[in-house]
Design a binder for this molecule. Structure first.
Ligand SMILES: Nc1ncnc2c1ncn2[C@@H]1O[C@H](COP(=O)(O)OP(=O)(O)OP(=O)(O)O)[C@@H](O)[C@H]1O
Length: 268
């Protein structure tokens, strides 16, 4: 779906932020992780056409991103920003969510239907007439998710969706991601919450200093202790616990831990 070849980018002459990135994305849900400043947000901004590469190419559905207009890209790839205040500018919740669909020339009736469907998904459909700025931070983040979901793009990228979410909010985001996966969309997220990565994403890519350090099935990535250390990334809590207890296999979730514990005999 997305092919990235030999991609490099710098904001200024002194520092190269991304260098020689080669990646292909299929429909597997994918987490992009790595320490602050590793280049994750820059990569997704390049995919979304918000920045122009210095070198290399990004192809989405075989078409070069550099040859596409912002409107064409908006129909294919949605990006939910980390900070909701970067995204909110209408006076009611409904108008906010209809803005994107109308902007990509959906007719008004369809835009409204898509907006309400997306607001139901994030459970804000009882707040259609509210001013978005009166919502809590967690609700604003959900509103921004709805605004992108309503555009019905094939690819949806989240930047730190779980920040400012309590347990209930995280559970809602988990369900939204699952619903998008069920619709066969490519869901990608930039995230620092490793427990959430382990529980929800099939593939994980680790960025370090503007390059891809690790890329593979999430379980395989979290089994690479030494390389994770290089990228200053910690494995999920349950993975570390199982490892310290001497489990042979890499454990990703509490359910797996419980199931494996039944057959586990501690080292003598
Ligand atoms: N607009 C900008 N102008 C100049 N430098 C920038 C700009 N945006 C980001 N950078 C720098 O580029 C590097 C990569 O930033 P980027 O936001 O892509 O990292 P990140 O991996 O997403 O980090 P985080 O996890 O903190 O969001 C950092 O050194 C950052 O300071």
């Amino acid at each position: 779906m997305i092919k990235i070849a030999n991609l490099s980018f710098s904001y200024n002459k002194e520092t190269r932020v991304l260098s020689g990135i080669n990646l292909e994305f299929d429909r597997r849900s994918t987490a992009i992780i790595g320490q602050n400043g590793a280049g994750k947000t820059t990569l997704v901004k390049l995919m979304k056409g918000l920045l122009k590469a210095d070198e290399g190419k990004i192809l989405i559905h075989e078409h070069d991103v550099s040859g596409k207009t912002a409107a064409q890209l908006a129909r294919t790839i949605g990006l939910v920003f980390q900070n909701p205040n970067d995204q909110i500018f209408k006076r009611t919740v409904l108008d906010e969510v209809m803005f994107g669909p109308l902007n990509i020339k959906m007719d008004k009736q369809t835009a409204k239907e898509k907006a309400i469907e997306a607001l139901k998904m994030v459970e804000l459909d009882d707040k259609l007439e509210m001013n978005p700025h009166d919502l809590s931070l967690s609700e604003k983040k959900l509103l921004c998710i709805a605004s992108v979901v309503a555009m019905d793009t094939d690819i949806i990228i989240f930047d730190e969706p779980t920040i400012a979410q309590d347990h209930g909010g995280k559970e809602k985001i988990r369900q939204i991601i699952q619903a998008l996966k069920d619709k066969n969309k490519l869901v990608m997220t930039i995230i620092h919450d490793m427990d959430f990565v382990a529980e929800n994403f099939e593939r994980t890519i680790v960025f370090n200093d503007g390059q891809v350090l690790l890329d593979g099935e999430t379980r395989d990535v979290f089994s690479q202790k030494e390389l994770l250390k290089t990228a200053c990334v910690e494995a999920p809590g349950i993975t570390k616990l199982a490892e310290r207890l001497g489990f042979k296999d890499t454990v990703l979730t509490v359910d797996e831990f419980i199931n494996m514990k039944k057959t586990y005999s501690p080292p003598q």
